[in-house]
Design a binder for this molecule. Sequence first.
Ligand code: FMN
Length: 188
Amino acid sequence: MLKVKIILGSTRAGRQGDKPAQFVHTLAKERADWEVELLDLKEWDMPLAMSAKPPKSGEYDDEMTKKWAAVIGEADAYIIVTPEYNHGYPAVLKNALDRIYNEWLNKPVAFVGYGAMLGGGRAVEQLRQVAIELQMAPIREAVFVPLVWQAFDESGKPANEQLTAGAQVMFAQLTWWGEALKAAREKK
Ligand SMILES: Cc1cc2nc3c(=O)[nH]c(=O)nc-3n(C[C@H](O)[C@H](O)[C@H](O)COP(=O)(O)O)c2cc1C
């Protein structure tokens, strides 16, 4: 079983982010080889202040960060669902990434971007750079949802069926990397 955490990086009041997050979560739960959990940063309410010691030390000051580290540490792979704000990704997502370290190491990450015309592509490209510094493996296959406010119907079904096909391809690549890196971590 591959443990996959889906992280929703939007906390904005009245956000659209629930729609792509629920879409990918529902689809991911259909995989018999995955154990999936959706982590909604809106429910985490993390402080902005960082722990005194660098995250690499693994010594976290506040209970929220300790809890976040434990949940992130359980996973073999991640799917980050991100909106695009001013051609970047939300500060709340950077905060969630930066405040821990070892828990991310040597694990793959896939991205679901959403936004206006370009479907969050610029935010995802920036996140890939951050993921490399965290010693993660950002995978190539991704899902981009342009014009997110009209991309899903009321039941959560995507208007463009290619989103589902694209997500399945992304899941397959994430599984390959997830299993390969899990085996490599266990060998150590
Ligand atoms: C502060 C802000 C900046 C934005 N900048 C961009 C942008 O650079 N590119 C884009 O495609 N959409 C941009 N948008 C539109 C968002 O992608 C769209 O509102 C989306 O629904 C945001 O995700 P959320 O509803 O989950 O917060 C911006 C929205 C906000 C609130």
